[in-house]
Structures are given as structure tokens and as C-alpha cells.
Design a protein. Structure first.
Lengths: 316, 116
């Protein structure tokens, strides 16, 4: 149910003291989203917006959620007040015909959105803690290497300068003119060159000293690397476990899609359903925190979509 | 040849990408390790990886192993003799004991000759 609010008109309270409110209405009110488009305000769990709103701007507004209004050059400024989107939103937050979907990953995220835990979670947390404890690799060696490089380049340039200054002095002598300035220039160029050559040598020694400790640092890299791989494997296992747990719910959701608007499934493989169908089913299985942007023709109204999905919907 | 070793997931992925993109420069690739041609282009790719990943990428230059130049003849002979031994289960220490073959601990402490 969406309401339009004219400027200057305040929203009336929707309940009077003593009036009983159903659980569904209470839940709806908690989940209720406020969406402002230009000077219009919409509020509720099932919002039908005019198609003139850019879906990209709307998605950005949901992600920005309560911050600066999102406006593109053509359209009105959009703000959305809603809970912050979770990882599931990346997969099923914006439903449109050209979308792609990594169905199993999305389904696993749906599981997480429901607060599901896996048998791998303890090990995952421990591995992540150990990785964090290892700290980030220090980039000191690179800094020292850059210093050497800088000095070497300065030395090369200054060598040319010294050669040029020598040439100048020689030319002055041959021309029989005053050589004082040219001699001073040459002395200065040589002085600078010597300074940088010394600095370059020192920098190379520091680099060599740093490199002596490289093996220990690589040992730490190796520990980090092993943990990273371990964590990636555990995450993969956890995802597979969640997909296994939710497979039936997902299948049921696919079957429950409105027959009239749902394309035929290409094969028996549940995960080969078209992306919009898959995403709808995943969203229904999950508990998306933020409203879903429906930019397709699967449902006649935001209310119908909301009833089917069980979460707030903004329909374009 | 340039031996390039990755020490992180991201470095490994970058190395794989480089190897896939420049097959003609890759002599061998084994997951997180690759042997690149010792050309400027090979060095260029290796250095790019080092720029991107710091010490999570290690670069070494390799040379063909000249066993005659780098290793004493006694060590070479010991290797041949040990592989040719009659008692398969005999560890090297026992095998070498009482012979002219070099002692394992001494060999561990001895560096190879430098390239000539």
C-alpha cells in the first residue's frame, strides 16, 4: 500500500490508542520503507513507482540509504529510507530481464540472511582470526627499492649534467672567454653527482640488508597464503552445505512462481532456471533486509510481488 | 630463465593471468610458480607482478645446472654409487660410512662452486 504525500501535508498517524494491530501489520510497519522521488513520498512494504524512475538510481539510493539523494541528470532526486542492504542484495536486489545470477552463491547468501549457520563456521572464524593476527605484509622492502631506483635515476641524470658542464667549460676555454662561471657550474654538478652516488650506494646496502630478512617475511606470506586458501575452501564448503540445506525450499519456490509469467525451465537442473526466476525464488527463500527493486513483468503489482516474496518491494 | 613464485592468493591469480595472456613467454607453469623466458619481456612481466604484489612475488634467475662446474666429482660419484647400491633399504649415512664417499652433514655445510 503506497501513499502519496503532497508537499506541506503531514502524514497522519496510522493507529489510535487502544486500536488492536495484527502481527502482520506490526511486521509490515517494521519493514516499511520510505521512498522519496522528487517531491513525492511513498511509504510501505509494496511500493509501485512510476516507470519514469531510473532503476540504477533507485538501487543506488537503497545502497546509500538515508544519505544524500541520488539524482541523475534526467531524473528526479531519489532517497530511500530502509535497512542497509546485506550481501544478498548484490544478487537479488535488482530484478530485471538482463540480469545474471550465480544461483548457488545467491542461495547460500539467502541462507546467511536467515541467520543460518554451518558446521564450518567455527573453523572459519578461527582461521579468519589467525589471518587477522598475522597482520598485513609490510611494504618496507618496496619502499627501499623505490629509494634505490630514485637515486639511480638521479645519478644517471646528473652524470649527463656533469658531462654537459664539462663540455661548457671546455668550450669557454677554447673561445678564450671567462671560465669562472662555467667552472663553478661544473664543480656544483660534480658535487651533486657525488652526493647522489653516495646516497645510491647507501640505499643499495639498506636494500641488501632488508633482503637478508626476506626469507622470514616470505614465511609469513606463506602462512597467510595457506590460511587464505583454507578460508576459501571452508567458505566453499559452507556455501555447498547451505545450498544442500535450502535446495528443497528453493525448488518449492521455483514451483510456486506465477505460471502465467514464468518462462519454461530450460532443463531439469534447478540451478539452470532463468536468472529472474532463480532470483525471485532465492529472494523468497531468504530474508532480504533491504527492499527489492522489481524491474520486470512477473507480477501485476507491488502488492502481489510482496505477497509472493514476503519482503518489501519497490516495483518499477 | 626467470623463476616467479607467488606467495598469496591474489599474486597467484595475477601470475595465472599473465601466463594465460603471454604463453610464448611462459616456459612452464605449475599453479603458483612459473618459469618465464629470460628476456626483457619476461622480466617486464615479472617486475609488473612484483610492483603489484610486493614481496608476495619472488623472482629468481635460474641457469642450467652445470653439474661438472658446480659440483665436486666425489659428490657426483657418491650420487651414482648410492643409486646403484645393492641394499635398497640402506640409508646414505650407513652406505657412506667406512668409504671414501662424502659425509652427508659435511655436504650440507658446503656451498656449491660459483658459476664460472
Amino acid at each position: 500500500m503506497s501513499e502519496e504525500d503532497r508537499p506541506g501535508h503531514s502524514m497522519s498517524k496510522d493507529e489510535t490508542p487502544g486500536e488492536s494491530v495484527s502481527d502482520g501489520e506490526r511486521a509490515d510497519r517494521r519493514a516499511s520503507v520510505t521512498c522519496r522521488v522528487g517531491r513525492k513520498r511513498f511509504r510501505g512494504v509494496a511500493i509501485d513507482l512510476a516507470a519514469a524512475v531510473d532503476s540504477g538510481a533507485l538501487v543506488a539510493a537503497i545502497r546509500g540509504s538515508g544519505g544524500e539523494p541520488v539524482a541523475d541528470a534526467e531524473g528526479p532526486a531519489i532517497t530511500v529510507e530502509c535497512p542497509e542492504p546485506g550481501p544478498l542484495f548484490d544478487h537479488v536486489g535488482h530484478l530485471h530481464p538482463e540480469m545474471g545470477l550465480r544461483t548457488k552463491t545467491a542461495l547460500a547468501r539467502a541462507g546467511r540472511s536467515r541467520g543460518m549457520e554451518t558446521p564450518y563456521d567455527d573453523e572459519l572464524a578461527a582461521a579468519r582470526d589467525r589471518l587477522a593476527a598475522l597482520g598485513t605484509p609490510d611494504r618496507e622492502r618496496e619502499a627501499r627499492r623505490t629509494t634505490v631506483e630514485d637515486h639511480e635515476q638521479a645519478v644517471a641524470a646528473l652524470r649527463e649534467q656533469v658531462a654537459a658542464a664539462r663540455g661548457q667549460l671546455q668550450a669557454r676555454r677554447e673561445a678564450g672567454g671567462d671560465t669562472d662561471q662555467a667552472a663553478a657550474d661544473l664543480r656544483e654538478a660534480i658535487r651533486e653527482l657525488t652526493e647522489h652516488e653516495t646516497a645510491a650506494i647507501a640505499a643499495r646496502q639498506e636494500l641488501a640488508a632488508t633482503d637478508a630478512g626476506a626469507r622470514k617475511r616470505r614465511d609469513r606470506h606463506e602462512q597467510r597464503f595457506e590460511l587464505e586458501d583454507r578460508i576459501a575452501n571452508l567458505e566453499r564448503d559452507a556455501r555447498a552445505w547451505l545450498v544442500e540445506q535450502l535446495g528443497d525450499a528453493y525448488a518449492e519456490a521455483l514451483d510456486a512462481l506465477p505460471e502465467a509469467t514464468t518462462p519454461e525451465r530450460p532443463s531439469a537442473d534447478l540451478f539452470a532456471a532463468d536468472p529472474v526466476s532463480g532470483a525471485l525464488a532465492v529472494a523468497r527463500v531468504g530474508e532480504p533486509a533491504a527492499p527489492i527493486v522489481l524491474d520486470c513483468d512477473r507480477f501485476d503489482s507491488a502488492a502481489a510481488a510482496h505477497d509472493w516474496l514476503g519482503c518489501p518491494v519497490i516495483r518499477l | 630463465m626467470l623463476l616467479v613464485i607467488a606467495y598469496s592468493r591474489t599474486a597467484r591469480q595475477s601470475l595465472r593471468n599473465v601466463c594465460r595472456a603471454h604463453e610464448e613467454t611462459v616456459l612452464r607453469q605449475f599453479g603458483r610458480v612459473a618459469l618465464l623466458r629470460g628476456t626483457e619481456f619476461g622480466a617486464f612481466q615479472a617486475l609488473r607482478l612484483q610492483e603489484k604484489h610486493g614481496e608476495a612475488v619472488q623472482i629468481r634467475r635460474t641457469e642450467p645446472f652445470d653439474e661438472f662446474g658446480a659440483v665436486r666429482s666425489r659428490v657426483r660419484e657418491a650420487a651414482r654409487a648410492y643409486e646403484d647400491r645393492e641394499q635398497q633399504a640402506l640409508p646414505y649415512t650407513a652406505f657412506a660410512s667406512g668409504t671414501d664417499h662424502p659425509d652427508a652433514e659435511a655436504m650440507k655445510r658446503t656451498e656449491l662452486f660459483e658459476e664460472r
